[in-house]
Design a binder for this molecule. Structure first.
Ligand SMILES: [Zn+2]
Length: 304
């Protein structure tokens, strides 16, 4: 989190922003803690060949220990999300199916727990894979969040790699000190079941600080997604599209507010038709963006 509690108000930070903008070309203006002038930058540096982290993570997990990219992106300051950082985590990866040893490696997934590095993901009956969907939607979401002024960090930006592992996906958001983090998935639920759901972290040892804000993000996302996409909350999940789990490493290991979006059920024909529709995905990205803006600018005063 780049800003202290309740301090992240762009108006208060504007003078620093202007000063920094003038210096940006010389200094990059990074590392000053919550500096909103750090121009939105889409990517962590991709590791070069042979630099993959352990466990097969290939994309984005640069292991640089929390340095955020601070170079200017040529984008002006402004927008409701100026000064914020959002982590987008497109689930799975296109190379996972061909790398069973890497993705089956056991990695930390919570206090005293281990789990497979990653999984292959679901697929629609027509063969549209979840890993492709999650990246398609995530890239639309990235563009929209950057347009609102956020700095966006992605856990991967292509669909032919392996991983990153679930623990690395959490670390990337933690290292970025993201103000909000969203893992994008689509479910492989029962064929007869339809609808989306949002998963918030249940409390495990060490994550107490993120449970309440993550639940707030989950509720905002559930409401915005239902309204914006016209998709109903999942009829095979108990709580009106909201679930809480303690078995997901990506949530258990997060130190920043985080949710998983299961954007629909790929095994359900009606949901799959929507998930496969590029225009529908744009509406979904709009809806998610609205929820993030609400979360990070909400007047309720409990911004994490
Ligand atoms: Zn998934």
């Amino acid at each position: 989190m780049p800003n202290g509690p309740s301090s992240a108000r762009p108006a208060l930070l504007l003078p620093a922003s202007l000063a920094c903008a003038a210096l940006l070309a010389l200094t990059g203006c990074s590392g000053s803690g919550g500096d909103p002038s750090t121009a939105p930058t889409s990517l962590l540096p991709l590791p070069g060949p042979g630099e993959e982290g352990e466990g097969g993570g290939k994309d984005g997990a640069d292991g640089s220990g929390g340095e955020r990219p601070g170079e200017g992106g040529g984008k002006p300051d402004g927008g409701p999300l100026a000064g914020t950082t959002v982590l987008i985590d497109p689930g799975h990866n296109g190379g996972n199916a061909d790398a069973p040893e890497e993705i089956n490696e056991q990695v930390p997934s919570g206090p005293g727990e281990k789990k497979a590095c990653d999984t292959v993901g679901a697929e629609s009956a027509s063969g549209y894979p979840e890993h492709e969907f999650t990246l398609d939607l995530s890239l639309l979401l990235r563009d929209r969040l950057e347009a609102e002024g956020a700095e966006v960090v992605m856990t991967r930006t292509d669909d032919d790699g392996v991983g990153p592992c679930v623990n690395e996906r959490a670390e990337i958001g933690n290292d970025a000190e993201a103000d909000a983090a969203i893992s994008v998935h689509a479910d492989g639920g029962p064929e007869s079941g339809s609808g989306f759901h949002v998963i918030a972290p249940g409390e495990v040892e060490g994550n107490a600080d993120i449970v309440v804000p993550s639940a707030r993000l989950a509720g905002l996302l559930r409401d915005a997604y239902a309204e914006g996409t016209g998709m109903d909350p999942a009829d095979y999940i108990a709580e009106e599209g909201l679930d809480e789990r303690t078995d997901l490493g990506g949530l258990n290991l997060s130190t920043v507010p985080k949710v998983f979006l299961e954007a629909g059920n790929m095994r359900n024909p009606g949901d799959a038709k929507r998930l496969e529709d590029g225009e529908w995905r744009e509406r979904a990205a709009d809806a998610i963006t609205g929820a993030v803006v609400d979360f990070l600018t909400g007047a309720e005063g409990d911004r994490p």
